[in-house]
Design a protein around this ligand. Structure first.
Ligand SMILES: NC(=O)C1=CN([C@@H]2O[C@H](COP(=O)(O)OP(=O)(O)OC[C@H]3O[C@@H](n4cnc5c(N)ncnc54)[C@H](O)[C@@H]3O)[C@@H](O)[C@H]2O)C=CC1
Ligand SMILES: O=C(O)CCC(=O)C(=O)O
Length: 528
């Protein structure tokens, strides 16, 4: 069997040698296709290889009648519609390790350019100015580097910064005091890290939680004269807030490799002399480009030839029979995981999943993967899927186990997810009702009946008259409509729980007002 492969972004010619040498493969490199041309041509191909420029949209994927695999020569897969790929049975692979070193080195280059005004001084000299006073810099030695996101790249940056004799302090939800001690660096919350740092560098994926995590409020907490570096993703730092912070001299300078919108020709941040910038060059080295191209090429060949891939980003293949039985539970499992992680609002240390009733006789491993995916997505983002969820959990030191029991408390099937975090153990159970979809039926030891979807508020309160009325009025004051309400209590006048589904996200002002009500012990907003 022979396969057609389209490479639509510039990839290292040495890196794609495995493809060029394969006998059953025909490679077409077309790096200037418009989105319309890509949609028109994609049905000719079995595989598509991209970097970050090609937008692999739902429309491209749905027109790819022969498309079997998409290879991303790099880490971030935010230019590929993963849901659409999964829905269309197209596997996505990436190259998560190949550009770590280059991205870390680029970060260090940006850090040093910033501290010593190298780009500005170079431009000045090119303009025939010999200005030594204007470009006095600051030393890195004994300064504190705050790292937000201590994954592959963040960790490499930490090691290099220590080599510059900097103090390093990091925040990552998966980072612990013990790990910090082993690495010889400091550990703190996001606030603590940004308050202590002289230089701040971000290395998280761009997620709902990380979008604008460095915003106006964060800048206010920082030291005067702080320096900011972003070689991860545009959007983690609020560009408008950064602009204001530089103009007001709160921030002494910023080094940016990535932007909220790319590519661009003009950008207001680049009008500021304190900003140094590169056009998304973090991974642009000969070495990284060769390694990432080799990695994806090999995975693409493996897959086309029927072998297992090394770096899957989305779906595994299950036998049709197993799939038919377990697939209906995937959605419920993922929602239970997402519900629980929102409820605890802390990183999971242990996850115990219990399957009861008719699930007793099923192959539940794929359901477990979906549950863990729901939990990990909160911090690791869209690239978590049921293929890599357990691998990522293991990498993050999270214990995952499952057990089966025949007692399903009167339900025909029941999934119970219990999560242990640093400070609490919480659990949630759900079931699939025949013909009526998924329901959450227990939260901790309370019985409820809620569809796991949309915007929710979980409120722990004291069982006493008037609570429901006060809550209802308060939400009405914030123009929030209650769609459904479930209440249960431990005993009369004791602890009670209320789960509301509401028509829009519970925003911070409403959350704060609810939290201030005396009868309320805990209020959590959940968006599924
Ligand atoms: N400029 C460029 O050319 C390149 C950019 N990148 C980008 O760099 C970023 C990091 O890449 P890797 O280190 O390979 O990824 P990684 O997955 O190894 O590390 C990301 C880390 O961020 C942490 N994180 C998630 N949510 C967080 C939060 N709310 N606060 C703090 N930490 C959080 C995760 O726990 C994880 O440890 C990605 O966005 C990637 O796309 C990667 C390579 C090149
Ligand atoms: O392909 C590139 O050059 C971008 C690399 C990148 O941003 C990534 O790997 O996430």
């Amino acid at each position: 069997m022979s396969f057609n492969i389209l490479i639509s972004d510039p990839l290292s010619e040495d890196g794609i040698q495995p493809l060029r040498e394969a006998e059953n493969v025909h490679v077409v490199m077309e790096t200037n296709l418009s989105p319309e041309e890509l949609e028109e041509r994609i049905s000719e191909f079995d595989a598509l290889l991209v970097r970050s420029s090609t937008q692999v949209t739902r429309s491209v994927i749905s027109k790819g009648k022969n498309l079997k695999i998409i290879g991303r020569a790099g880490v971030g897969v935010d230019n590929i519609d993963l849901d659409a790929a999964t829905e269309h049975g197209v596997i996505v692979v990436n190259a998560p390790n190949g550009n770590t070193n280059s991205a870390a080195e680029h970060t260090m280059a940006m850090l040093m350019s910033l501290s010593r005004n190298i780009p500005q001084a170079y431009l000045s000299l090119k303009n025939h100015q010999w200005d030594r006073k204007k470009y006095v810099g600051v030393e890195l030695r004994d300064k504190t580097l705050g790292i937000v996101g201590l994954g592959r790249i963040g960790t490499e940056v930490a090691t290099r910064a220590k080599g510059q004799r900097m103090n390093v302090v990091a925040y990552d939800p998966f980072f612990t005091e013990e790990k910090a001690e082993k690495m010889g660096i400091g550990y703190g919350t996001l606030e603590e890290v940004i308050q202590q740092a002289d230089f701040i560098t971000v290395h998280t994926p761009l997620l709902k939680e990380t979008r604008h995590m460095i915003n106006g409020k964060a800048f206010e907490m920082m030291k005067d004269g702080v320096y900011i570096i972003n070689c991860a993703r545009g959007g983690i730092i609020d560009e408008d807030a950064l602009y204001d912070a530089i103009v007001s001299n709160k921030v002494a300078g910023a080094a940016l490799d990535v932007f909220e919108e790319e590519p661009f020709m003009d950008h207001k941040l680049l009008e500021l002399p304190e900003v140094v910038a590169t056009p998304h060059l973090g991974a642009s080295t000969l070495e990284a480009q060769e390694i990432v191209a080799v990695d994806v090429s090999e995975d693409v060949l493996r897959y086309l030839n029927g072998d297992t891939v090394r770096n899957p980003v989305n779906l595994p293949s299950l036998s049709k029979d197993v799939m038919k039985k377990v697939e209906p539970y995937f959605h419920l499992a993922e929602k239970l995981g997402s519900f629980l992680i929102d409820l605890v609002d802390e990183v999971a240390q242990e996850i115990h999943i219990s399957y009861a009733g008719e699930l007793y006789d099923m192959e539940v491993a794929p359901i477990t993967r979906n549950t863990v995916k729901g939990i990990l997505k909160r911090h690791l983002g869209m690239h978590v899927n049921d293929v890599n969820a357990l691998y990522l959990a293991e990498r993050k030191g999270i214990i995952v186990n499952e057990n089966k029991t025949s007692t399903a408390k009167g339900f025909t099937n029941l999934i119970t997810v219990e999560m242990k975090t640093k400070s609490q153990v919480r659990k949630v159970s759900g079931t699939l009702l025949n013909g009526m979809g998924a329901r959450i039926v227990n939260v901790d030891d309370y019985s409820v009946d809620v569809r796991p979807e949309g915007h929710m508020v979980v409120i722990e309160h004291t069982d006493q008259p008037g609570v429901i009325g006060r809550l209802g009025s308060l939400l009405a004051e914030h123009d929030i409509n209650i769609a459904t309400m479930q209440v249960d209590r431990s005993d009369v006048g004791g602890k009670a729980i209320m789960i509301l589904t509401i028509d829009r996200h519970l925003d911070d002002p409403a959350l704060k007002d609810l939290d201030e009500l005396e009868v309320i012990k805990e209020v959590v907003a959940i968006d599924l």
